[in-house]
Write a protein that binds this ligand. Structure first.
Ligand code: UN1
Length: 476
């Protein structure tokens, strides 16, 4: 059984839950210790105790630890990528790519540790100087989802430690393995006791204990909108900083003048790669009249050729849905879309494979209208719907008419429409002739409206959340 990490000590608990492979439910990866309220509070206390010393370490120490972690993750990327694919179900090449991304994130923030700067200004009072500096926030609670088991933990842990915070982390129950790998790498890299703590368990117990503990100074969360609201309420109650990344219902606009191959590639990649289980997935394909039928035909043809199966098999292109609960949710939404008048053009069926996994064929629903349930709610599976639009203006309106605003894409060869869309789309990330999902690690990530709350993640913008500003005045 794999232990928790509390105050630098690996701790097994009496109860554990198995980590099951969604490509083959007879494959148990390992059993992971479960924390209760006590262990969670011990972890928070350890982080609070370790903060004073860690926040004053030389940036060189933080740089060296983060670079060692980056190097270890990178040098083990095949093995860790395989673990990722085994526990989450994305295909092996995606598992390895995500692991590489995690290594790059640690490496980026290793560098950022050496670049923390401030400002010096003259006061309006003669002779007085003003210094503006950045300081860590304190104990950061990290709550991560199952769909990016190593990249999302990395993009929260690395900046938290880089800027001198200490961490208590709770990953999603479905993917304990990758966080455990990061914890082990951090230990090997020499992170002092209590600076990074890892606790496993359900949101209702471990997550709630984190929310209730006043010693947690900030929470960074990625997950559902409903849980995000609970996190937000607790943060307001305790007057703590928060950063929330929640849902998306990301539009991909395809205009008459799009390169058809590019548009189909963007749609297939954005909607179905990683089994569509990305908050940046293209789930609303908004297509103008002149290209609509050709685009749908070409998508269906491409989809029919996609290999759905075991994530570790080398010719698989689409792995399984993460578990039965998610599969039920996907099927329910497909059913609702059908009942509300959508046309099930491709997929929608569960495939039986050689192993017992949750294999859903990528699903395309056409002839949908903007207000149908399938276009309002996030499915989080390999399911996309097509909305027909008369022209660019209508496509833009439909794309913006949503409570979410994470990412939005457009396929067009017109600079005029591309530029207009970049200025007028109400999403946090705009993709021109690119899939809505699949982001770089060195630039800000985040959305508008109900997709995100708080400052951006990733790149140099991460400093906004993981530090606070101090203004000091000095008289001569
Ligand atoms: C990506 O599209 O590369 O949960 C990243 C998610 C996002 C990350 C998407 N927070 O899907």
């Amino acid at each position: 059984m794999k232990p928790l990490l509390i105050n630098g000590i690996w701790k097994e608990t009496a109860s554990g839950i198995p980590n099951i492979n969604p490509s083959d439910t007879t494959d148990t990866i390992d059993v992971y210790s479960q924390a209760g309220v006590n262990e969670t509070n011990q972890a928070i206390l350890a982080a609070a105790t370790a903060f004073s010393e860690w926040s004053h370490t030389s940036p060189q120490v933080r740089h060296d630890i983060l670079s060692r972690v980056a190097r270890e993750i990178f040098s083990r990327k095949e093995e860790i990528g395989e673990l990722l694919s085994r526990e989450e179900g994305k295909i092996l090449s995606e598992g390895i790519a995500e692991t590489t991304r995690a290594a790059q994130i640690f490496s980026f923030f290793a560098g950022e540790a050496l670049r923390i700067s401030g400002e010096k200004l003259a006061s309006i009072r003669p002779g007085v100087e003003v210094d503006i500096t950045r300081e860590p926030v304190g104990v950061v609670g990290i709550i991560t989802p199952w769909n990016f088991p190593i990249a999302i933990p990395a993009w929260k842990i690395a900046p938290a430690l880089c800027y001198g915070n200490t961490v208590v982390m709770k990953p999603a129950e479905l993917v304990p393995g990758c966080s455990w790998v990061i914890a082990e790498a951090l230990q090997r890299a020499g992170v002092p006791a209590g600076v990074f703590n890892l606790v496993y368990g359900p949101g209702s117990i471990v997550g709630q204990a984190m929310l209730d503990n006043p010693s947690v100074d900030a929470i960074t969360f990625t997950g559902s909108q409903a849980t995000g609201k609970r996190v937000a309420e607790s943060c307001v109650k305790h007057m703590r900083k928060m950063q929330l990344e929640m849902g998306g219902k990301n539009p991909l606009v395809v205009l008459d003048d799009a390169d058809l191959d590019v548009a189909v590639d963007c749609a297939i990649n954005g909607a179905f790669y990683s089994t569509g289980q990305r908050c940046t997935a293209s789930s609303r394909l908004i297509v103008t009249e002149g290209i609509h039928d050709r685009f749908v035909e070409a998508c269906v043809e491409h989809m029919n050729g996609l290999n759905v199966g075991h994530a570790l098999h080398k010719d698989t292109q689409i792995g399984p849905v993460v578990d039965e609960v998610q599969l039920d949710q996907d099927m329910r939404y497909i059913d609702i879309a059908h009942k509300e008048g959508g046309n099930l053009r491709s997929g929608g069926d569960v495939i039986s494979a050689a192993t017992s996994g949750f294999f859903l064929r990528p699903t395309l629903i056409t002839d949908t209208t903007p207000m149908m349930t399938i276009n309002r709610e996030e499915v989080f599976g390999p399911v996309a719907s097509v909305i027909r639009a008369r022209n660019y203006e209508e496509a833009l309106d439909v794309s913006n008419d949503h409570e979410f605003g994470l990412s939005a894409g457009i396929c067009t060869q017109s600079l005029k429409y591309a530029s207009h869309f970049k200025r007028n789309s109400q999403a946090g990330m705009i993709m021109v002739n690119l899939p809505t999902a699949g982001v770089d690690y060195h630039v800000p990530f985040g959305g508008t409206k109900k997709s995100s709350y708080g400052s951006r993640e990733q790149g140099s913008y991460a400093i906004e959340f993981f530090t606070q500003v101090k203004t000091s005045y000095t008289a001569p």
